[in-house]
Design a binder for this molecule. Structure first.
Ligand code: ADP
Length: 260
């Protein structure tokens, strides 16, 4: 990242691009310095995305010759940087939420509608992968929640179910009135399942079961989802064994229920 694309001063488009690219490298460099300053193991966990960014940037320096090549390689660097920023933002939300300093805007909302809308969004993604997808709700549950945060938490569970289930599999989302105060949302898949010894660890920041590492992911999704749901006075648990799929249950307190 210390290297720079030579700027010739010719003021043409390639020269402009070279100087923009150098500015981008400066920003990445300062991001990396910032991460180092965090002074805990976060820097270690963020090493691989930074390494990927460095790789793309270096490739651009070594191989970029034409304007098109610079464009496409710079786009790759931007994409990786965005992914890294996304991870950093997620980490910040997790740690602020755990510290009780999260930025939440609670309001009364229709949980059933939110779940159905998320399912409508994810069902085509599952079906594209030849996974059967169904969603059931016995009625309307009204909860007090930060819609945006809860949506993101629930989406992480759906995203995982689709990611870890093979074509030909099945995903079922079911809302259940557990008690007079609690609603449970179960996401059941027919994926590879999770061994008992990992049932708690998968909720740790950055933890990924070794066999999942072939799928894309950062290991932050469940940690984020649990932190958010706990902020809503609910929780997330998993029931699973290898080869038997997984069932993630998200529980939340509700204030009103109405049969549809
Ligand atoms: P990511 O999916 O990005 O790795 P998560 O925090 O969402 O991160 O999940 C942590 C780990 O839990 C995953 O890497 C995977 O090993 C395991 N996991 C999560 N959901 C499932 C699932 N539905 N089926 C099997 N394994 C899962």
């Amino acid at each position: 990242l210390q290297k720079r694309v030579p700027v010739t001063g010719s003021k043409d488009e390639l020269d402009d691009l070279a100087s923009t690219f150098n500015q981008m490298l400066d920003r990445i460099q300062s991001l990396v310095s910032g991460i180092r300053e965090m002074g805990d193991n976060m820097a270690h966990d963020l090493k691989s995305p930074v390494t990927r960014i460095r790789g793309t940037a270096e490739l651009t320096l070594l191989q970029g010759e034409t304007l098109e090549e610079f464009h496409s390689m710079a786009a790759g660097t931007i994409e990786e940087s965005d992914r890294l920023l996304d991870m950093i933002n997620t980490m910040l939300v997790i740690s602020r939420t755990r510290a009780g300093e999260g930025d939440f805007h609670f309001e009364s909302m229709d949980l059933t509608q939110m779940i159905q809308e998320a399912c409508d969004l994810f069902a085509p993604v599952a079906e594209d992968k030849d996974i059967a997808f169904s969603c059931y709700a016995p009625g309307r549950f009204e909860v007090t929640a930060d819609v945006n945060m809860l949506q993101r938490a629930f989406s992480n569970l759906l995203d995982n179910a689709i990611k870890y289930t093979n074509p030909g599999g099945q995903i079922t989302v079911q809302m259940i009135k557990k008690t007079d105060a609690l609603v449970a949302i179960q996401i059941t898949d027919t994926g590879p399942g999770i061994a008992l010894q990992f049932h708690e660890r998968i909720f740790d920041r950055f933890f990924r079961v070794e066999s999942s590492r072939t799928s894309p992911g950062s290991g932050l999704g469940l940690s984020f989802a649990r932190a958010i749901v706990r902020e809503h006075k609910g929780d997330i648990h998993v029931k699973s064994s290898p080869g038997e799929g997984a069932c993630f249950t998200l529980t939340l307190p509700y204030c009103n229920f109405q049969v549809i």
